[in-house]
Design a protein around this ligand. Structure first.
Ligand code: ADP
Length: 829
């Protein structure tokens, strides 16, 4: 397998958020269903109890109705008999009343207060209790109803509080008819409390109620709040009050009087009265509710236990999941690290087989997948050692390490690619040891060093080339370290310095064996040595001439260039390379030359100086001769004398000019820092008479520097060039001269441009030589030394002079350069 990195697997273990969520969901659904079912069952059991309560209420209502019917029947019999007696006359009634009182009449005993008769006019006509005022009862409810409908079998009126007796009583009345006509009423006064007490015999709970209503819903009897209920109206929405309602039925409502929810059952009696039982719902449901509550509590307990157990399992599994995820994460990071490693990594078996490798390994090893894994075990890899000799499998670093258990470091091997090229690898191997401490495989890391090796080779080759080149140079080359000691030199250096390499290496500038001198013969102090200057300043030194005293008494002159190494950006150089040429011969020639030049100059000076004397004598004696001849002299003689004198004068001027020329550099002021513009001003002042005379216009512009120069030589230079520019003009042409100066790289460039007669190109080469003139003296006076003098001055100041002109009539520009050096700071001057 290779090191391809994949994210850690999230499989179907109990661990894993998804699995856990699924399990929680299933358990939640299960619990939900269980509770739904439970609540449904509980609801059903309550509904069954309600049904049973309805049935019980109905039964009670029926039983109570039976009892009330019975009582009413007794009243009917009594009243029917009393009505017959009343129809027969008062005596008959009285007789009956007495009989009724005397008879052991159950009804009369407990319930009935009295029997009484009201005549057709509404006045009390008889009272079984005897006596009583002739009361008017015609306004009574029962009376009015029976007067209207005498055929009603019985009328029960709501309980009223007796006006005299202050007792509650209700009247049960029947019409008396004589010959079919209404003839008053017979009625019994009934004790409603007693009647109610009778009804109370039906077994009832405290909150249950039994009620007798009139047909229109007025409380006649009620087992609870008995007296407060008498004569009041029940809520009009009760089902039994609705038109066309059944004679029996049940309903559940809050009580009209007390608001207690009850299961009511009603039964309508033959007289239209309605008996209703109400069983308190809460009481009825209390037992089943208690049972249900217990059931719910048990179920809730079980659910809680189940949920807690589930949570505990989830927590435990999450923890173990986190732990296993951390392991997977770590493994993943390791895989990513391995695959991201630039270094190739592989596990190599002692057989050479590769059991694991990362991406980089596959990239570095130039073989396909199959061959890659087999390593040596199969179609072998084409492995070579660092000298490109074939390497057998048992000596592959990985195999060797896996077999012997010895680690290997920085082993260079090569793999021959199909094209024949070799890919070079740097390999390390570490053994993998088993529990028994014996190696069973090796971990191999490999880096591709092919390009590095190629670069090294190329570097080596180029080094070789440079070495050969340096070795074969005529120039001496030395490398000096930061301390100034020589660390390398070429054969030419040994030859020029006449010191062997082993004596040179390690020497520094302060070594007393050097005995170095400046060209003027003074000693070179170690700090002035160009190598030390370069080391100190980090700058190159070029063309420094030094002499080295030899043991044989002679001096070897060298010209030295130095270049610092690695001192970029102001850093101190790590080394200095110096190259030097043996210029002893050249120096000797130069010395010889300057010596002969000096002699020549001396000669020219002496000649020009000494020749003036005899020349003056020639000229004066010729003039003396002319004077002596006096008038005897012919015109011819005078003309000849004139020529001779003129020639002598010209020759004298030439000698003066020559003298001047030979004096350059020998006399005059020494070099110093001077303001060139100032010098120019002085030249202008000197020539101001000519300028005025010719009406010339002279313009001076540009930057004028301070220069290290001889002040009077520089003034001569300016005067000559300006003087020529003023002189070489055709008649009638006003000279227009522009003098300028500008920086041009490492030099200052001066230009004197005029609008004069110009110079033919083929003549330009001659101008700067002594006595070379382009014009005869008859036209422009001159000695022909001026420009030669200019050249000599410019050269003495390390400059160059030349002229540019587009030909005769086109004007000329004389140009020269002087080296630009930075003047020393004013304070240190
Ligand atoms: P001189 O002026 O004494 O003849 P120079 O050495 O100064 O000698 O000049 C040499 C010759 O160069 C001059 O004779 C003249 O012909 C030519 N020459 C010098 N300056 C100019 C100039 N500005 N324009 C044209 N010709 C010039």
């Amino acid at each position: 397998m290779d090191g391809r990195a994949t994210a850690p697997m999230r499989g179907f273990r109990f661990g894993g958020d998804r699995t856990r969520a699924a399990i929680i969901a299933v358990v939640a659904v299960f619990i939900g269903l269980y509770w739904l079912n439970l609540l449904h069952e509980l609801g059903k059991s309550e509904a069954e109890v309600v049904d049973a309560t309805r049935r019980r209420a109905s039964l009670t209502a029926h039983a109570a109705a039976e009892a009330v019917e019975n009582t009413l029947n007794r009243f009917r019999i009594t009243l029917t008999t009393a009505a017959i007696a009343a129809a027969q006359g008062p005596d008959a009634l009285r007789l009956y009343g007495a009989a009724m009182s005397a008879a052991d009449n159950e009804a009369a005993d407990e319930l009935v207060y009295q029997l009484f008769r009201v005549d057709a006019d509404g006045y009390l006509a008889y009272n079984s209790q005897g006596g009583g005022a002739r009361n008017f009862l015609g306004d009574r409810d029962y009376f009015r109803r029976l007067a209207e409908r005498p055929d009603l079998p019985l009328v029960v009126s709501p309980p009223v509080l007796g006006r005299v007796s202050q007792k509650w009583n209700l009247q049960v009345a029947k019409a008396v008819r004589v010959d079919g006509k209404f003839a008053g009423v017979v009625a019994v006064s009934v004790n409603p409390d007693a009647w109610t007490a009778r009804l109370g015999r039906f077994e009832m709970n405290e909150a249950d109620v039994l009620t007798l209503f009139s047909a229109d819903g007025i409380y006649l009897l009620r087992t609870r709040d008995t007296q407060q209920s008498y004569g009041r109206q029940v809520a009009s929405d009760r089902p039994f009050l609705q038109p066309g309602s059944e004679d029996t039925g049940t309903y559940i409502e809050p009580g009209t009087r007390d608001g207690v929810v009850r299961v009511y059952a009603w039964k309508r009696l033959s007289t239209g009265l309605v008996i209703a039982t109400g069983l308190a719902l809460d009481d009825a449901l209390a037992p089943i509710r208690a049972i249900n509550r217990q059931t719910m509590e048990r179920a809730a307990g079980a659910t809680a236990v189940l949920v807690l157990a589930l949570l505990a399992i989830v927590a435990v599994s999450r923890q173990s999941d986190r732990a296993s995820r951390a392991v997977a994460e770590k493994e993943y990071q390791q895989r990513v690290t391995l695959s991201a490693m630039a270094e190739g990594l592989a596990v190599v078996q002692p057989t050479g087989e590769i059991s694991f490798h990362n991406h980089s390994f596959a990239r570095i090893i130039p073989y396909g997948d199959d061959r890659l894994r087999r390593n040596g075990a199969g179609p072998a890899w084409d492995v070579v050692d660092s000298d490109a000799r074939p390497l057998p499998l048992e000596r592959y670093p990985g195999v060797l390490c896996a077999r012997t258990g010895h680690p290997l470091d920085n082993v260079t091997i090569g793999l021959r690619v199909d094209g024949g090229d070799i890919r070079w690898l740097n390999v390390n191997a570490r053994p993998l040891l088993g529990r028994d401490g014996r190696p069973h495989a090796a971990i191999v890391t490999a880096t591709d060093t092919t390009s590095q090796r190629q670069a090294e080779r190329a570097l080596k080759a180029s080094e070789e080339r440079y070495r050969t080149m340096v070795e074969s140079l005529m120039e001496g080359i030395m490398v000096q370290g930061a301390d100034g000691a020589i660390v390398a030199c070429n054969p030419a250096a040994e030859r020029i310095l006449r010191v062997e390499r082993r004596d040179l290496l390690g020497r520094d500038a302060a070594d007393p064996r050097w005995r170095a001198i400046h060209p003027d013969g003074s000693e070179v102090r170690p700090d002035d040595h160009p190598v030390m200057v370069s080391l100190r300043t980090g700058e190159r030194r070029d063309g420094v001439v030094m002499g080295l005293r030899r043991d044989d008494g002679g001096v070897t002159w060298i010209e030295v260039n130095t270049a610092p190494l690695g001192g970029a950006g102001g850093a101190t150089p790590e080394a200095v390379v110096s190259s030097f040429l043996d210029i002893t011969r050249r120096k000797e020639f130069e010395d010889e030359l300057s010596r002969s030049n000096a002699e020549l100059e001396q000669f020219a000076y002496a000649v020009s100086h000494d020749l003036r004397e005899p020349l003056r004598m020639v000229a004066s004696y010729i003039q003396l001769l002319e004077r002596r001849l006096g008038d005897a002299a012919t015109d011819d003689i005078r003309e000849f004398v004139g020529y001779a004198v003129d020639g002598a004068k010209r020759m004298d001027r030439m000698l003066v000019a020559l003298l001047e020329y030979s004096r350059i550099g020998r006399r005059g002021l020494p070099m110093d820092w001077i303001d060139s513009r100032q010098v120019m001003e002085e030249a202008l002042l000197f020539l101001s008479p000519v300028i005025q005379q010719t009406g010339a216009q002279v313009r001076v512009d540009g930057d004028w520097p301070r220069l290290y120069a001889s002040p009077d030589e520089l003034e001569r230079l300016f005067q000559n060039l300006l003087g020529n520019a003023l002189k070489y003009h055709d008649d009638g042409v006003t000279p227009q001269i522009r003098v300028s100066c500008a920086r041009d790289g490492g030099v200052w460039r001066f230009a004197f441009a005029d609008n004069g007669i110009g110079i033919a190109p083929d003549q330009i080469g001659r101008l700067f030589k002594v006595f070379q003139r382009l014009h005869g003296n008859n036209r422009y006076e001159g000695s022909g030394v001026g420009l030669a003098l200019c050249r000599r001055i410019v050269q003495r100041h390390d400059g160059r002079i030349w002229v540019e002109s587009d030909g005769p009539g086109a004007g000329s520009t004389f140009l020269f350069t002087l080296p630009a050096q930075s003047p020393p700071a004013e304070t240190s001057a």
